[in-house]
Design a protein around this ligand. Structure first.
Ligand code: HEM
Length: 256
């Protein structure tokens, strides 16, 4: 008798090994589905139930999701670039020249797209009024994500080590000296000295490839967890519609 795939899947799911990892059981009921989300370390950041109106394209234009998409592309292409690029003065420019026709272009375009999308997402959230109570905290987390996104772009700018990068970072880092009292210290800390040189290149590399991406991942996780805690995505309350009953005294109100 041929073995059916569904039976095999069911058998695996009922096995002791599977149950030791996924503890929500094998049923298809609403409870089982909710448990599957709640008991998974990644999925539990998301809500167990969503309203259809929340996930319609018109609600968010999926701009936050698209921002996340570009971020994932940047992580993948960034890891590939790290396999070939050397953050050292003699090699950085030559490495970029070698790489610029392949991964580097996808990385660069995705970075520009991410900056555009993050702003578009922010404006869409603002336009819908989705920043209001109880979502103020998530708005603040969003602002942190915006700053991290811009810092990622800024630190990545130096890595090609060409003329444009060198002078743009020289001008940009000089701006930090203008901060009252601690300006010079920030400038020194950022560049690892007083000039844009090998130390600065290494610092920007570490910030760009390790510190800022980890911070972004952390805050994105908090961002998603907050959406769940704020009862899912914001949906505009429609006006209560009055159903005209035969007996006007028994008119019912219906909220969609
Ligand atoms: C790396 C940057 C960001 C990522 C990956 C991200 C991701 C997301 C995603 C996936 C959603 C679900 C709705 C959707 O798909 O649009 C969302 C919602 C939200 N985001 Fe972002 N976001 C980012 C930056 C921001 C910024 C800059 C702000 C505002 C300053 C912001 C504020 C919010 C708020 C308030 C919500 C909840 C909206 C609602 O309830 O309808 N986010 N974000």
């Amino acid at each position: 008798m041929p073995v059916r795939t569904a039976d095999m899947v069911e058998k695996v799911r009922a096995s002791r090994v599977w149950r030791s990892v996924f503890r929500s059981g094998t049923g298809n009921s609403t409870l089982h589905r909710a448990l599957a989300i709640q008991q998974n370390i990644f999925l539990h950041l998301f809500a167990t139930k969503v309203r259809k109106r929340m996930v319609r394209f018109s609600a968010t234009w999926y701009l936050g999701t698209l921002t996340l998409g570009t971020f994932l592309i940047l992580i993948i292409t960034g890891i590939l670039l790290m396999l070939y690029y050397h953050p050292s003065v003699p090699q950085a420019y030559a490495d970029m020249k070698d790489l610029q026709f392949v991964v580097s272009s996808v990385h660069r375009w995705s970075a520009q797209l991410m900056v555009f999308l993050v702003f578009a997402h922010m404006f869409k959230v603002f336009y819908r009024g989705a920043y209001r109570t109880p979502r103020e905290f998530n708005w603040v987390i969003g602002v942190v994500l915006l700053i991290i996104t811009l810092l990622l772009s800024y630190t990545g700018y130096l890595l090609p080590w060409d003329q444009l990068a060198f002078w743009a970072i020289t001008v940009g880092s000089n701006l930090s000296s203008a901060v009252p009292l601690v300006g010079n210290k920030i400038h020194f800390l950022l560049l690892g000295g007083n000039q844009v040189n090998a130390n600065a290149l290494l610092r920007f590399y570490v910030l760009h490839c390790v510190v800022l991406p980890l911070a972004a991942i952390l805050f994105i996780a908090v961002h998603f967890w907050r959406i769940r805690k704020d009862s899912g995505l914001y949906v505009q309350q429609s006006e209560p519609r009055t159903k005209q009953a035969k007996d006007p005294a028994r008119a019912t109100t219906e909220v969609k």
